[in-house]
Design a protein around this ligand. Structure first.
Ligand SMILES: C[S@@+](CC[C@H](N)C(=O)[O-])C[C@H]1O[C@@H](n2cnc3c(N)ncnc32)[C@H](O)[C@@H]1O
Length: 360
């Protein structure tokens, strides 16, 4: 188990863990996404935020404090700009000392429309127990942040979560841990990946093995959710994958917002490498040009006829492109006669949602 360097910052009753660059990166993505997700959904629903490997709630760098993931959720909720709905924050951690610390951090971050629940248990058992409780499972849309250090969770638990319709998951997938287990032929991987197929890939090496494992895992998840995208996070020092942040959702808007968030915070080298069925292999998420998207559309989508959202859905699921670049590409195609657009949602020159698009 990873040992954290911790200290008590001046005036605090709780300790904080040392903040590293990659936790910060994860946190910026989470803050960006919840900053969009909460305002959209809380206009109509009470919500749940589950934090599966919640941590101690606080970090330090020098003498400054930074919020842990459950507090990032509290802050995003406070800033959401709408009122009147409620949020459950359900934090699970198997370490009782960590849970005690988190309780103290929660006590300093109270908000009248947030209910704080701390569950001191292992993720798999804790989540299954909570999901049996109808108040968490039936009505509310729920976001799950599942942030283990290694492979200490069961694929079956993800399957259980994904049985509910209004859920989405952001999962930290530590490729290093997986890679080590493949070498050791550990049976633990069967339950983590939800399949024994990885055994067929164990003789592959390097990036080919990594891509193949991620493709396999993505396919496993695709049996339960429409949009699954593993965002790859490289080490900034060595050319090696640190982890993937896998976003699992059934909602086009959510998948598209996550893409925008990832792209907006992407200062390092972050990419997805995969053998997708469209033959593209390496994507840099930064700076896609409209012409690149147009080339993709010409190669793969000529003859497409359907709503703009149908086209966006194809693009979000199979490529790393963003909505705004796709829209520009289709607009330019319309001007040059390669696209015919019949406006349903948009007025005049816009292109969105139900507008009908034909690529000729
Ligand atoms: C990476 S830290 C979490 C960081 C936190 N999500 C954040 O971003 O601020 C991992 C946490 O998971 C807890 N943990 C480890 N194994 C666990 C398990 N099987 N179930 C629940 N919690 C676990 C550890 O005690 C630790 O606090």
């Amino acid at each position: 188990m990873k040992k954290y360097k911790s200290k008590y910052l001046d005036g605090k009753q709780y300790y904080s863990w040392e903040y590293d660059e990659h936790t910060n990166f994860k946190h910026r993505l989470l803050a960006c996404y919840l900053g969009a997700w909460f305002p959209i959904l809380s206009s109509r629903f009470d919500l749940n935020y589950f934090d599966g490997f919640a941590g101690c709630g606080s970090y330090f760098r020098d003498d400054n404090e930074y919020p842990g993931s459950p507090i990032i959720a509290v802050n995003a909720w406070k800033d959401r700009g709408t009122r009147g709905k409620k949020l459950n924050i359900i934090a699970i951690d198997q370490d009782s000392d960590v849970c005690d610390n988190l309780q103290k951090v929660f006590d300093e971050n109270k908000h009248s429309s947030v209910e704080y629940i701390i569950q001191n248990s292992a993720f798999d058992a804790g989540i299954l127990q909570l999901l049996e409780n109808a108040s968490y499972s039936t009505i509310r849309p729920s976001f799950f942040f599942v942030d283990p250090f290694g492979i200490n969770l069961d694929f079956k638990t993800l399957e259980e979560i994904l049985k509910y319709s209004k859920v989405e998951i952001l999962l930290t997938f530590m490729y290093d841990g997986v890679s080590r287990c493949i070498g050791a032929e550990s049976g633990r991987l069967d339950s983590f990946l939800g399949t024994e197929e990885w055994r067929e890939l164990k003789d592959l090496h390097g990036i080919i093995r990594q891509d193949s494992i991620m493709d396999m895992f993505r396919n496993q998840l695709k049996q339960h959710a429409q949009y699954v995208w593993p965002y790859k996070v490289h080490s900034s020092k060595a050319d090696r994958t640190l982890y993937y942040l896998v976003h699992i959702s059934n909602h086009l808007k959510g998948a598209s917002i996550m893409r925008d968030c990832f792209s907006s915070i992407n200062h390092g080298r972050i990419e997805y490498l995969g053998k997708s069925n469209n033959q593209l292999s390496i994507f840099e998420l930064k700076g896609f040009k409209v012409s690149e998207v147009q080339n993709y559309l010409l190669r793969n989508c000529t003859g497409f006829e359907g709503s703009y959202n149908d086209l966006l859905s194809l693009i979000i699921d199979a490529t790393p492109y963003q909505n705004q670049v796709l829209r520009k590409a289709v607009k330019q195609f319309e001007k040059s006669g390669r696209a015919i657009v019949q406006r349903v949602t948009s007025k005049q020159t816009g292109i969105d949602k139900d507008d009908l698009v034909k690529l000729v």
